[in-house]
Design a protein around this ligand. Structure first.
Ligand code: KE4
Length: 431
């Protein structure tokens, strides 16, 4: 049971902040119960206001790939803060960060730094529309790209028909320019392009969808998507806010490039890890696309804190740590060991569980097989997930409080942490 301090704080928070949280998923509504108010974090651990320690598999929803309080990152942030929190003017460090990201993501010639994944995805969308002169965008059910109006849309009644808002406040007129298709459905993709290909400005996709917990775009699907975008002059936008510098140093696009000769997205969106826990995100593309952005071109995009000097120091220090030789090999091995342990524990308990991982990102479903789309994700056993979530929380293991969210391992997670987590899982699977 949550401590009285967490409950009292939640009551206080709900008096002054809608739902008591500054981002809805934190309210535990998907899993029920009272959210834990975190007081501090260190390494692989979160500590709530009661001092209860949790092994952290959320990592701030992805950014904390090094764990909390990495010395080199802290040192860089403090030093940068001492030199000034914000200037609203260009700095050398923004150039350094841009150069280092571009070295790791060869599909981009240039990028623009912004303050959140939502801002980056929204700007990438406007850039795609401005660069192509087209209005229609395509997204996939289950993928989340932040809360820009055009992306809060669900599938229309028929194939490739107009989308409908998933949120109040999004006008139908906006949603009608968004087509929502089923993830991994090649036939639906073919039909949509056959019907409206010449109107499609871009297709935005999470290449490994962490907003469906963990669902991979199949190679045949991704290959066909790339071909269709090329054939119809539409831009392929990779939303790597979650997968970027998390599933591999070169992001998910580097994995597909290794499997599909010549593969590359046209525009890429990054966030989370590149900020190292500070508000920083980015979008980038080839020069012929980025030239459309103000002040060069007619696509306007701006931000007071874009490329903030403290955030860029945090991001740069993080990037320099994860570039170290062997970093991703070790992180992947650690994550795979956890996932293998989860599968074994579930098999021993006779509980159907399907799990997958890539780099430092993992997901699991109480289902016989890994889901390939949103419908299959939602068909998994949510009641068991919620019981499991709370049983793990009670045993000091903090998973994502929703069965459609991914989980993350950091470089700070030790073998002892993994063994403790699996011991908790063996008990939690019997709840
Ligand atoms: P932010 O605006 O939250 O920085 O990024 C939006 C975003 C864009 N694209 C992808 C693939 C994302 O996963 C996100 C944000 N992810 C959620 C968790 N699924 C952030 C947590 C939250 O909303 O509180």
């Amino acid at each position: 049971m949550p401590s009285s301090r967490n409950a009292a704080l939640f009551d206080r928070a709900q008096a002054v902040i809608p739902g008591g949280v500054n981002s809805p998923v934190r309210a535990f509504r998907a899993v029920g119960g009272t959210p834990r108010f975190i007081h501090r974090a260190q390494g692989a651990y979160l500590f709530d206001v009661e001092g209860t320690r949790f092994i952290d598999y959320i990592g701030s929803w992805g950014p904390m790939i090094l764990g909390h309080g990495h010395p080199a990152v802290l040192e860089a942030v403090v030093a940068a803060a001492r030199d000034g929190l914000s200037f609203g003017a260009p700095t050398e460090r923004e150039v350094e960060l841009a150069e280092e990201i571009l070295q790791l993501v060869p599909s981009m010639d240039q990028l623009r730094l912004v303050s959140s994944g939502t801002e980056a995805a929204m700007s990438a969308l406007r850039l795609a529309r401005g660069a192509t002169g087209r209005k229609l965008i395509v997204k996939f059910e289950g993928c989340y790209h932040g809360h820009a109006d055009a992306l809060l849309v669900k599938a229309g009644s028929g194939l490739a028909t107009f989308g409908h808002p998933t949120s109040a406040g999004v006008p139908e007129e906006v949603a009608r320019h968004t087509v929502v298709l089923e993830y991994n459905n090649v036939e639906a993709l073919e039909a949509a392009f056959a019907l409206r290909g010449e109107q499609i400005a871009c297709v935005m996709i999470e290449p490994i969808c962490g907003n469906m917990n963990f669902v991979r775009a199949s190679v045949p699907f991704m290959k066909r998507l790339r071909e269709l975008c090329t054939e119809h002059g539409s831009l392929l936008v990779f939303d790597e806010v979650m997968t970027g510098f998390r599933v591999a140093l070169g992001g998910a696009q580097s994995l597909y490039a290794a499997l599909i000769p010549g593969f590359a997205p046209d525009i890429s969106v990054f966030g989370k890890v590149i900020g190292g826990g500070m508000p920083l995100a980015a979008f980038g593309a080839r020069r012929d696309v980025m030239r459309h952005l103000a002040p060069l071109g007619a696509v306007y995009q701006a931000g007071t804190l874009s490329g903030n000097p403290v955030a860029t120091a945090c991001g740069l220090a993080t990037l320099r740590e994860i570039r170290r030789p062997g970093f991703f090999e070790e992180l992947s091995a650690c994550t795979q060991a956890l996932v293998t342990g989860l599968r074994t524990a579930a098999a021993e308990a006779g509980v159907p569980l399907a799990a997958d991982s890539e780099g430092g990102m993992f997901g699991f479903f109480f289902a016989e097989a890994l889901p390939q789309n949103y419908g299959q994700v939602m068909a998994s056993d949510s009641a068991r997930f919620n019981r499991f979530f709370h049983a793990m929380l009670a045993r000091g293991v903090y998973l994502a409080p929703a069965m459609y969210e991914a989980c993350f391992v950091s470089a700070a997670h030790s073998d002892q942490d993994l063994q403790a987590s699996l011991e908790a899982a063996r008990a939690a699977l019997r709840c």
